[in-house]
Write a protein that binds this ligand. Structure first.
Ligand SMILES: Cc1cc2nc3c(=O)[nH]c(=O)nc-3n(C[C@H](O)[C@H](O)[C@H](O)COP(=O)(O)OP(=O)(O)OC[C@H]3O[C@@H](n4cnc5c(N)ncnc54)[C@H](O)[C@@H]3O)c2cc1C
Length: 400
């Protein structure tokens, strides 16, 4: 059977249907293909979003991207490997930093890994890449893979499952209201459709929140104002006035994020707000986009119901600080990717019939620990209050 014929058959019938081609869905589908499993991937967006979201890929995630043959392409779009990625903490930009956390460049990390003889060296160092560029690399890989049928501008709008499979309704967004949706049958469905997951909601799976949420307005901008590097190069500058400045490309692309009350949108002048919070009037050449998002800590009660699975932000959400978001999606063999891959190849009909409900997904307890640690730390900080001391008697921050 030729690739085209296979492609047209897969339009009506798929072994695995993946909803969402963000980092989780794209990597899952490519990983399935690596194991010889075909998938149909749909994403309601025609292209990656302009707002860059993530920028930090840790060494383990890079190893997994390398296994998919994508490390070089990701590196091509990344911040050049010679830049250190220091974190500066300032009261105001016009005062010297109160603290600097030094993080050696990917090149220095790679040299350290190469010299390590105690097993602590990774095959790849961490990288900084704008999330939209990473998603572009992943989308190109999906389009090029003969075991993947990738359909963009196609939205999953409904699902039903029975003992033998899942029937989903797909709407072509490009056709607008005229499209009444078509029904596609799949053996398995994986909801990689992000924090607001339609798949999770259709399954009625709860996503309990473990810690306080924090809503932000992020301004993605172009500026060559030297004031932004007043204290030298830094990956992230955090000011006590409540703003985080991220260098996106070590050239002139930045994001500036500041907190806003939950449930609101920032309606003011983003450049004025950014300047006020940095304590300097910054010249901005271009505002590329203004975005709103809420950081939260949450792990879904379950990652699957029968033949339908959840992976990525649809299953668990983290504050992005520290790069815990997408990096948790890539946790390879022990994470949700394995859960999604298993039924077609290993668990077969027992899993499909929901006869293995007692087994917790192997990644879930780990992720619950990841959530409890910062949630415990935040609770301790809140209890201590401004200027307060953390309880030393307990020996550790709760949850840590
Ligand atoms: C400001 C910011 C900075 C971040 N920095 C980092 C970082 O440095 N490192 C890190 O690891 N993480 C970071 N994150 C988190 C990271 O971006 C997310 O964890 C990651 O994008 C989640 O990937 P995902 O594929 O699960 O979901 P998403 O990226 O949300 O992708 C979901 C996809 O599903 C599609 N979709 C949604 N609904 C449907 C539907 N019904 N039908 C079809 N398609 C649908 C969407 O169009 C989208 O393409 C950051 C997040 C933010 C907001």
């Amino acid at each position: 059977m030729g690739v085209e014929e296979l492609g047209s058959r897969m339009r009506d019938q798929a072994r695995v249907l993946v909803a969402g081609a963000g980092p989780a869905g794209a990597i899952l589908s490519l990983e399935l293909a690596r194991h010889g499993v075909r998938s149909l991937v749909v994403d309601r967006a025609a292209e990656p979003p302009l707002f860059p979201k993530m920028d930090y890929i840790n060494a383990r995630s890079m190893e997994l991207l390398r296994r998919l043959g994508l490390a070089d392409q990701v590196r091509d779009g990344a911040v050049p490997a010679g830049f250190d990625a220091d974190f500066l903490f300032v009261l105001d930009l016009d005062q010297p930093p109160v603290s600097v956390w030094r993080q050696p460049s990917p090149r220095k990390q790679a040299a350290r890994y190469a010299a390590a003889t105690d097993g602590t060296g990774a095959a790849e160092p961490y990288l900084r890449i704008t999330g939209s560029l990473l998603e572009d690399v992943l989308r190109r890989a999906l389009r090029a893979n003969p075991l993947v049928d990738f359909q963009e501008s196609v939205e999953l709008t409904g699902l039903e499952q029975d003992a033998d499979g899942v029937t989903v309704t797909l709407a072509d967004r490009a056709a607008g209201q005229a499209d009444r949706g078509r029904r596609v049958r799949a053996d398995y469905l994986v909801g990689c459709d992000g924090g607001g997951s339609a798949v999770r909601r259709a399954l009625g799976i709860d996503l309990p929140v473990s810690g306080p949420s924090s809503s932000r307005c992020s301004v993605y901008l172009r500026s060559s104002d030297p004031l932004l590097r007043r204290h030298g190069r830094a990956f992230i500058t955090t000011s006590a006035r409540g703003i985080t400045l991220v260098s996106r490309d070590e050239a002139d692309l930045w994001t500036a994020s500041f907190q806003i009350p939950d449930g609101t949108r920032f309606e003011g002048d983003p450049v004025a707000a950014m300047s006020e919070k940095l304590g300097e009037t910054i010249t901005v050449d271009e505002v590329l986009t203004v975005s709103h998002w809420t950081g939260t800590l949450a792990v879904a009660d379950r990652y699957r119901a029968g033949r339908v699975f959840l992976a990525g932000d649809s299953a668990h959400q983290f504050y992005p600080f520290g790069g815990h978001g997408a990096n948790n999606r890539y946790r390879g063999r022990g994470g949700p990717g394995l859960e999604a891959r298993r039924p077609p190849r290993r668990l077969g009909r027992r899993a499909a019939a929901g006869q293995l409900p007692g087994r917790a997904p192997p990644g879930r307890p780990v992720l619950q620990g990841d959530v409890q640690q910062p949630a415990g730390g935040l609770a301790a900080l809140r209890a201590a209050g401004p200027g307060g001391r953390l309880p030393r008697a307990a020996g550790r921050i709760p949850g840590a």
